[in-house]
Ligand binder design. Structure first.
Ligand SMILES: Nc1nc2c(ncn2[C@@H]2O[C@H](COP(=O)(O)OP(=O)(O)O)[C@@H](O)[C@H]2O)c(=O)[nH]1
Ligand SMILES: [Mg+2]
Length: 580
């Protein structure tokens, strides 16, 4: 039965499995729990149902017997098999380990390579290994119908969590549900919640109304049918079994199970009828899958948005810090401090402007004398600038990590990623790193200026000023002006830099000063960005890598839907033209 439709359906199912295995829920969002449940259910459904079915459309029907505790499921299976294949009894839960019954001829289909691959098989009646919830007890029986894997499942409402989970998992793996309920308990809530899932999946359902008191059968059966129809369920078969005395082996008399047996035997003989059931259940499952994947997609989108918000919190805190630092570089905030104030007083007077007009040489000499008169003046200005810059970087960055921490802590998703840790403080080496970057920046300025000053024409002027002084003057120019550095703007930004600027321009030329100031400035900004990145890294390191899972799921939905349509069109074609 290797048709192209079949092959593309299988490929789509494999893609679905791959996509589901990559769906991750790393952060706490509103619907994270339901998202995880949905993902796990879908992974189970793909592994236990879609893939085996897609690989072998012709494999036996998986028929799972499901229902509430004590409904008589195991008793029914035993009576049908005319042997005690599944433990039944009053002590709950009785069926801990699901039992698979099949005919010897079908053995090749029943291994974990083709059916319920995650469940290790144990021989019927083998002593319990203690791992019942995972294992499948296998029983070969001549009384079993052909082409059917009949599985007696644990109770849907079992007292054991694992058993309840397993019974649902088995139902997801089924082509047909054999739903067993009793006259007393047919309206119970738990099985109906499961039947709603059956309707959603449009799986074939056969209903057994068990233990019907003499005479009450018709009325109860009619009510049950009505309830089923209300849920959109139209069972393939509905049988009732009246309350019976069981024989010494706990079995129901043959007459009680006659109706069910003849249905099963007929199905066992009719490969076409089985294929119809498998195909229609598969079509229903493919249709229902889309809604499940859509729901999954939403919970994944929610994750994605939460992560984006957390990343945004980090970026916003970092950008605010960057802006404040960069602003302080150009609004004169760094040109404070004692030494700088005195420099400002000294150079900021009108006298300097007059002198500038009279000739740069004299200004240079005057400045040179001022700085040379006390050799530590240039150094003190430099260290004043350095410590001002250091303070601004450290303070703003500390605020940024605090803000980011606070923003994350407010958000359950962020709090989960913080995992009890306090990220609201600077890395321990941050002060050292900041010093290091500032020094490297100053070093860079000196290197740049000595290269620039090595030109013949300016050499003498430059040397008479001294490299250190020139570097300090350039830093003052950088911190006193906005990026444009035109004379007018510099004037507006304050008198502090203008003298230095004019002086440097006389030595290096306007273009060179502009270039050097821009380079010094952008080099500093680059280093600040690096420092900020380092400080925020603790947050970024906790943001999990996310693939575009939303898109992957959307694509998977499309492929599954298309593959499902192809399968159905083939099904119609086969029906019209007769089976191959
Ligand atoms: N009287 C009577 N007892 C039954 C019938 N079916 C099951 N039982 C008993 O009800 C209890 C639960 O049956 P069991 O088959 O283990 O139910 P399961 O939990 O659905 O598998 C056992 O003690 C059975 O012997 C029945 O038709 N009539
Ligand atoms: Mg049982």
């Amino acid at each position: 039965m290797d048709t192209p439709e079949h092959a593309s359906f299988l490929t789509a199912c494999e893609g679905l499995e791959y996509a589901l295995n990559r769906v991750d829920f790393p952060v706490e969002t509103r619907n994270v729990a339901s998202g995880r449940l949905m993902r796990d259910r879908l992974i189970g459904q793909v592994r236990d149902y879609f893939l085996p079915r897609a690989r072998h459309l012709e494999s036996p029907l998986t028929m799972v017997v499901g229902g509430s505790t004590g409904a008589g499921k195991s008793t029914l299976v035993n009576s049908l098999m005319r042997a005690s294949v599944s433990a039944s009894g009053v002590v709950r839960p009785t069926t801990r380990r699901p039992v698979l019954v099949h005919r010897a001829e079908d053995t090749a289909w029943m291994g974990p390579d083709r059916l319920l691959p995650h469940m290790p098989r144990v021989e019927h009646g083998s002593t319990k290994s203690g791992n019942d919830d995972q294992e499948l007890e296998v029983c070969v029986s001549d009384a079993a119908p052909g082409g059917i894997a009949l599985i007696d499942a644990p109770d849907l409402d079992s007292v054991s969590d694992d058993n309840r989970r397993l019974s649902r998992q088995l139902l997801e793996a089924a082509d047909v549900w054999l739903f067993v309920t009793t006259a007393n308990r047919y309206a119970d809530a738990v099985p109906w919640a499961v039947l709603e899932r059956a309707a959603e999946r449009r799986i074939a359902v056969a209903v057994v109304l068990n233990r019907v008191p003499a005479g009450g059968g018709a009325e109860i059966l009619a009510d049950l049918r009505r309830l089923l129809a209300e849920k959109g369920l139209h069972p393939t078969l509905t049988v009732s079994i009246s309350e019976q005395e069981r024989d010494e082996r706990g079995m129901l008399p043959e007459s009680a199970v006659e109706g069910l047996r003849s249905w099963l035997d007929a199905l066992g003989r009719d490969a076409e009828a089985r294929a119809d059931i498998a195909a229609s259940s598969l079509a229903g499952a493919v249709d229902a899958l889309d809604a499940d994947l859509a729901a999954l997609q939403e919970t994944v989108r929610e994750q994605h948005e939460a992560l984006e918000q957390l990343e945004h919190d980090v970026v916003a805190a970092q950008e605010a810090a960057r802006k404040n630092i960069v602003d302080s570089m150009s609004d004169g905030a760094l040109l404070r401090g004692e030494v700088l104030t005195r420099w400002q007083e000294f150079v900021g007077t009108g006298e300097w402007f007059r002198r500038l007009e009279n000739g740069v040489g004299r200004v240079r000499d005057k400045l040179g004398n001022y700085l040379r008169g006390n050799p530590r003046r240039a150094e003190r200005i430099e260290s004043e600038l350095e410590s001002g810059l250091f303070r601004v970087i450290v303070e703003e960055t500390a605020t940024a990590v605090e803000d980011a921490h606070r923003a994350w802590y407010r958000d359950p998703a962020g709090r989960g990623l913080l995992d009890g840790d306090d990220l609201g403080h600077l890395p321990s080496d941050f002060s050292d790193r900041t010093q290091e970057e500032i020094r490297a920046w100053q070093q860079g300025i000196m290197t740049m200026m000595s290269t620039e000053g090595a030109g013949k024409r300016q050499r003498a002027r430059f040397l008479s000023m001294g490299l250190n002084t020139a570097a300090v003057v350039l830093m003052i120019v950088v911190f006193s002006a906005t990026g444009g550095l035109t004379g007018i703007e510099v004037g507006i930004a304050g008198g502090t830099g203008v003298v230095g600027l004019k002086l440097l321009e006389a030595i290096f030329g306007e273009d060179a000063v502009r270039r050097m100031a821009e380079q010094a400035r952008s080099d500093l900004v680059k280093r600040i960005d690096e420092l900020l990145d380092e400080a925020m890294e603790a947050f970024r390191a906790r943001l999990p890598e996310t693939e575009d899972a939303v898109r992957v799921i959307a694509e998977t939905r499309q492929r599954m839907a298309a593959a499902g349509r192809e399968l159905r069109s083939r099904e119609r074609h086969v029906k019209k033209g007769g089976r191959e």
